[in-house]
Ligand binder design. Structure first.
Ligand SMILES: Cc1cc2nc3c(=O)[nH]c(=O)nc-3n(C[C@H](O)[C@H](O)[C@H](O)COP(=O)(O)OP(=O)(O)OC[C@H]3O[C@@H](n4cnc5c(N)ncnc54)[C@H](O)[C@@H]3O)c2cc1C
Length: 340
């Protein structure tokens, strides 16, 4: 079913994981794409993401089916883009208190012996853990670079260090492009994928996008090779090893996180904190993605969400499909702005 006119040229504002994916998929679908960013690709919150691709266990919410599709979409994208830096090691989650929950889609509850086999450096395996074998992690800036390189190969233009100052409309009120300090860029449609800046870009058009910054901290640690095998998530941290000598954690306090790593894993005494960076996650008011055309501003399309790294591959393909083929994608049905 068609819900909007098809477009053949597109301006994408924001070269984070969302904008890069939309730009790549739209270029692949044959659109003339211009991707514009205020800075460098991935320089927004994506650079400080834990970047867990985790859709297992999602059972509720407007975007539940979209989230369930997320890992398969990354596998599809890996097939299209050799070298996309995604690794599939699975995730293990447990809490010290309480009994094991029910397993959701893509999950199973495993006992302590199975946990110890998956994570041999644990000092003491928990009684149970939720094992999501299909989960993975991505180098998010590496993935952005790979998608942008592919988009360029498909003819996309990329303008960096070029903050968009306004979204441009014609006399009929239709959105027809954007302004930067030095340029006026035209397109049949404009996709706002500017993370936390999306609301400010839409506001002058009389469009309210209810998204606010939600701070979270990423810690980077020096660590011995092979210390942590899976994505491990407990009440203390989300933790994963991203290189032979590097761990990252999404957590609250550097001291508590370091102490928890050392008490959880054998051989972790040499783990050292390298950096702590706070990122502003774009958090929609109800926690669900805001994706779709904007009725009050024909030609404008918004794509802003939390857990955008997980959703990135799926959202890029579906947004491109809606814009270029004029479809109304069922997986995005619960994500529209007009629900607010
Ligand atoms: C500690 C931490 C852990 C996280 N863990 C996970 C996780 O495990 N899994 C997961 O899925 N998500 C996770 N997230 C959230 C995830 O990082 C974000 O959802 C995602 O990166 C948002 O991507 P984005 O493309 O929407 O925004 P951004 O990466 O912020 O990209 C927006 C881009 O828009 C550009 N921009 C802004 N204003 C303008 C303008 N006026 N003109 C032109 N360009 C502009 C910016 O420069 C930026 O490059 C985590 C976040 C943090 C901080």
């Amino acid at each position: 079913m068609s819900n909007q006119p098809r477009i053949s040229s597109l301006v994408v504002v924001g070269a984070g994981i969302v904008g890069a994916s939309v730009a790549y998929h739209a270029a692949r679908a044959g659109a003339a794409v211009t991707l514009v960013d205020a800075g460098q690709p991935g320089g927004g919150v994506t650079t400080n993401s834990f970047a867990w691709i985790g859709s297992a266990g999602v059972r509720t919410g407007a975007a539940a089916e979209l989230r369930v599709a997320a890992t398969d979409e990354y596998r599809r994208l890996q097939g299209e883009l050799p070298g996309l830096p995604v690794t599939w090691a699975g995730s293990l989650s447990w809490r010290r208190e309480g009994s094991a929950p029910e397993a959701g889609p893509g999950e199973e509850i495993i006992d302590g012996a199975a946990v110890a086999a998956l994570e041999p450096n644990l000092r003491q395996a928990p009684d149970w853990a939720v094992w999501a074998a299909g989960d993975g992690g991505v180098d998010p800036v590496g993935a952005i670079d790979r998608m942008i390189a592919a988009a360029r190969d498909l003819g996309a233009r990329v303008q960096l260090d070029a903050p968009v100052t306004a979204v441009r409309r014609d006399a009929t009120g239709r959105v027809v492009g954007v302004e930067t300090a030095t340029d006026s860029i035209s397109g049949d449609a404009v996709v706002l994928a500017a993370g936390v800046a999306t609301a400010d870009l839409a506001a002058p058009l009389g469009v309210e996008v209810p998204v606010a910054p939600s701070p979270a901290t990423l810690f980077r640690f020096r660590a011995p090779a092979g210390l942590v095998g899976r994505i491990v998530t407990t009440e203390d941290f989300d933790l994963r090893q991203i290189a032979d000598d590097r761990l990252i954690a999404a957590a609250d306090s550097p001291e508590r996180t370091l102490a928890a790593i050392r008490s959880t894993f054998r051989g972790a005494d040499g783990v050292d904190l390298l950096s702590a960076r706070v990122g502003a996650r774009p958090m929609p008011a109800d926690g669900e993605p805001i994706i779709g055309p904007v009725a009050e501003a024909p030609g404008l399309y918004v794509a802003v969400m939390h857990a955008a790294v997980t959703l990135g591959a799926a959202v890029g393909r579906l947004v491109a499909q809606e814009l270029i083929e004029g479809t109304d994608e069922p997986l995005l049905a619960g994500c529209r702005l007009d629900r607010f």
